[in-house]
Ligand binder design. Structure first.
Ligand code: PLP
Length: 869
């Protein structure tokens, strides 16, 4: 019989055990092994069978066991210690408080930065722990790691996302290897989240007007991620019609309109949820809004509504409000795959932002449409582009690795057509990963034996050379063994699912070995990640797997988007290969890749393989998690690996980027991959000394930890965001926001400069000081005569660009110097001058140009105008 309604009854713990509730209610346990130990001590078996889920553990443990624990002084002591530790973690000063200590009031100081009182971080998915499955892949895991690292550093972030009733899907396989999807129902009452409530106890809600219907209403769940609250909007509430209840049904499901409703809820609803949260808890309002990928971009429109027409708001004009919003917004773009950019039919957006009845009433719909318009060469006029809107609503924007920043500048050059690609104002901050979540306990244990705490990263990397090789190798074997056991358990389960009888599965006990070189490959399965590249030459792969002296084993996992049959075909191809009795003990495909699988997977692998089609991997983070566990990366030079591969910390698979023929490209890259495994990797792994320790392998492992360890940390990433983006954004926003006078001036100045720009010209440039035979060391004097029309010299910078000139007179890697005003003449004419030393022999060139200047601009390219000699 099927229940018509279901809810979870939360246990009432005996008074002495109340602290367990507090520990379970803060997700910090998910990256804090000592707290996990306390839960394991409650009931070790239940802890395992619930998949390390504290809420389910406490819901399932027997009364008698609870009473026993309530009288167990030893246990109570540990419980008190864990609670005290959590309390101090939540309240003590951390990096952020120290870094900005002397600017507590935030108006400048020795660090030269403004400390935002709060930052709103919006993302369509968050991957924090396996027990809160609200993610599909890297984007969500990154968002989770961002919140955790912010918590560790004391950065006052508030996360904003959606609560999906089914999360993403659970993956299993049919008999013939076809991906099957199921959508388990998540019951919020059984999860480590709690409802945001008004003072009178009723659940807090927000609402959004939708065309032709009642308002969409959502409640707000709060997850505590250490010090960071994560607000999650949920439309599954009484009163919403069924098709509204379904708005938050699942992640990345449904048609365009469904997705649009989700994104309206995330962006517009997210800002309203933040306001409710501040009103109820007294938490400071964010001074910076960070949108993690385009999906949350509508938040900028809601902020414009607040500033222009909202009751009790400052009633600014649109242009001024836009400046206020832009100054305080950071946009991170995540995909270099054009098809991955989030776009809607323009007519659909028009409908949802219709005058008067739309999601942000009072914000003119034509302004909304203009913000997402692809009104540049090659753009599609019928489309509303969320990335384009993201750039227009954020003064600061970045990609997620150096290479991705560069690719993004090319991809979005159309928004700043007057500038060269290199000058497009999109920077980059390379992603990082949260070590306490991803590094095996045993690895921390090795450091602890040397008296070093991971909390102190500097000293942690310094001791890498001191840990004896045999100890490192013993730990790596233990981690490999754990992975092997976990993989066998999953294989068994999967085969039973696929219809095999237990009696047929004897071979699974022999699948994989803790002593064989283990290569991991796990990630989502979009085509650019090329899951099946390794199958290009199946016979050759087979030989590598079955090599009698130096065998290799492969552990593979990944979900395909439910609507992507191409991806499912790749999975099927892989599964069929791995089903072959000849190789099935050396290659396994494990269904349902998620955080729970990933945690033992990275530490258990010796090599982490990544073979995307360059340059489509924006960053990639799984290889970073592997590196922190002493895994060596074997990867195409794409994303982060392009930046940090140094020749000794792993292997680069040569990429045949230039080739047009994709088949030939795959052939070449696959064959390079086999060569590396056969000639470099396997020989090194199996080259052991008399104690069985592969010393040359360990050299690379140590070098990997030392060279990559400090760089790949999410704490490094979050510090970069704070220093390079959040703090400058907050600084600019504050100076614009007091009375909004600054914002008004800036908006008026931009109008004036754009209006008058057609009169700006470089009329004449004189160079002197170098004779017929210029030599290194000569001083070049440049004088530029410039017409500014109605603009004054204060409105512009006259720049001298100089450097090596190529055969077509193009400047390569030019240096930029600002010329000084030397004289003003009649009718808006001025001269500017500068002197530069010729420092390099060879062809030299220079040019002069005029760009707008204003202290509130983040880049001279911001207005998109320039006048060149
Ligand atoms: C790290 C991680 C990812 C992202 O991996 P990429 O290398 O960036 O593709 C995806 N899923 C899970 C479960 C992860 O832990």
């Amino acid at each position: 019989m099927r229940a018509i309604r279901r809810f979870t009854v939360r246990p009432v713990l005996p008074e002495p055990l109340r602290a367990l509730d507090a520990l379970a209610g803060n997700l910090r346990w998910s990256w804090h092994p000592p707290t996990q130990d306390v839960f394991a001590a409650v009931d070790a078996q239940l802890w395992e069978s619930t998949g390390h889920d504290p809420v389910r553990l406490l819901g399932g443990v027997s009364r008698s066991r609870l009473e026993e624990l309530a009288a167990d002084e030893d246990f109570l002591g540990r419980l008190r210690a864990a609670e005290a530790d959590l309390q101090s973690y939540l309240t003590e000063d951390r990096w952020y408080q120290r870094a900005f200590a002397d600017v507590a009031d935030a108006s400048g100081g020795s660090t030269g930065g403004v400390a935002p009182r709060a930052v709103g971080y919006f993302s369509p998915e968050f991957g924090i722990t396996a027990v809160l499955p609200q993610y599909s892949g890297g984007l969500g895991i990154l968002a989770g790691d961002h919140l955790k690292a912010a918590s560790d550093l004391g950065v006052p972030i508030i996360g904003v996302g959606l609560f999906y009733k089914h999360g993403y899907f659970r993956q299993s396989l049919s008999r013939d290897g076809w991906q099957q999807e199921t959508y388990p129902v998540l019951d919020p009452d059984g999860l480590p989240i709690s409802a945001l409530r008004e003072a009178d106890g009723t659940p807090a809600t927000i609402s959004i007007a939708l065309p032709g219907g009642p308002d969409l209403v959502a409640r707000i769940w709060v997850a505590s991620v250490g010090r960071v609250p994560l607000l999650m909007l949920d439309t599954d509430i009484e009163g919403n019609p069924d098709h509204y209840v379904d708005v938050t049904d699942r992640l990345y499901g449904g048609n365009s309109e469904h997705r649009l409703r989700q994104e309206l809820l995330l962006g517009v609803g997210g800002v309203r949820a933040l306001r409710a949260y501040s009103r109820i808890t007294g938490a400071p309002a964010p001074e910076v809004f960070h949108t993690n990928e385009g999906h949350a971009g509508f938040l900028g429109l809601e902020r414009i509504r607040e500033l222009t027409v909202a009751e009790g708001g400052p009633r600014l004009d649109f242009e001024t409000a836009l400046e206020v919003g832009r100054a305080s917004t950071v946009f991170t773009t995540h995909t270099p795959v054009p098809a991955g950019i989030d776009r809607f039919p323009r007519t659909l957006v028009e409908q949802y932002f219709a005058e008067g009845s739309g999601a942000t009433p009072g914000v003119p719909v034509e302004r909304v449409l203009a913000l997402g318009a692809e009104d540049y060469a090659g753009g599609d006029p019928s489309v509303f582009n969320m990335a384009v809107m993201g750039f227009r609503l954020a003064q600061r924007a970045n990609g997620v690795s150096l290479l991705h920043g560069q690719v993004s500048r090319g991809m979005f050059n159309g928004l700043w057509p007057a500038f060269d690609e290199a000058e497009v104002p999109i920077g980059s901050i390379t992603n990082g990963v949260h070590a306490p979540t991803w590094v095996a306990r045993e690895m921390f244990g090795l450091a602890a034996e040397q008296g070093v705490d991971f909390d102190d990263p500097d000293t942690f990397w310094a001791i890498v050379d001191k840990v004896p090789g045999d100890q490192v190798w013993a730990v790596k074997r233990r981690l490999r063994e754990r992975l092997v056991l976990d993989a066998r358990r999953r294989l068994c389960e999967s085969w039973e699912n696929r219809g095999a009888a237990k009696a047929e599965l004897g071979w699974v006990d022999e699948a994989l070995s803790p002593d064989v070189l283990t290569i991991g490959f796990a990630r989502r399965v979009p085509s650019y990640k090329r899951l099946t590249l390794m199958l290009r030459d199946p016979a050759r792969l087979k030989r590598l797997l079955l090599d009698p002296e130096r065998p290799v084993q492969l552990v593979i996992a990944g979900k395909s988007h439910p609507a992507d049959d191409g991806g499912k075909r790749l999975i099927q191809e892989m599964v069929r290969f791995a089903d072959d009795p000849e190789v099935r003990h050396r290659i396994v495909f494990l269904p349902n890749y998620d955080i729970a699988m990933a945690q033992p997977l990275y530490p258990g692998c010796d090599v982490w393989l990544n073979n995307p089609l360059r340059p489509y991997e924006a960053c990639g983070t799984s290889g970073m998690k592997s590196a922190l566990n002493g895994g060596l990366n074997l990867s195409i030079l794409d994303g982060w690996w392009d930046e940090w591969y140094d020749g000794q910390n792993g292997w680069a698979i040569p990429s045949a980027d230039g080739l047009d023929d994709p088949d030939r490209r795959d052939d070449l890259e696959a064959s390079a991959l086999y060569d590396l495994i056969e000639n470099e990797i396997a020989p090194r792994f199996y080259d052991v000394d008399e104690d069985g320790v592969p010393t040359r392998w360990l050299e690379m492992l140590r070098h990997t930890l030392k060279s990559l360890g400090p760089k790949v940390l999410a704490t490094r990433m979050v510090r970069d965001y704070v220093r390079q983006l959040y703090s400058p954004a907050a600084g600019n926003a504050r100076s614009l926001n007091s009375d909004y006078a600054g914002a008004r001036d800036l908006a008026a100045w931009k109008q004036r400069v754009k209006g008058a720009w057609s009169q700006v010209r470089v009329e004449h440039v004189e160079g002197s000081g170098v004779g017929d035979a210029p030599q290194v060391g000569d001083l070049l004097s440049v004088r530029a005569f410039v017409a500014l029309g109605e603009l004054s010299p204060d409105d512009v910078d006259v720049q001298l660009l100089y450097g090596r000139a190529d055969a077509d007179d193009l400047l390569r890697d030019s240096t930029c110097t600002v010329l000084d005003l030397t004289e003003s003449y009649e009718a808006g004419r001025h001269s500017f001058g500068a002197q530069v030393a010729l420092e390099q022999a060879g062809p030299f060139g220079y040019t002069v140009r005029v760009v707008p200047r204003n202290g509130h601009l983040a880049s001279y390219a911001e207005l998109g105008v320039v006048s060149t000699a």
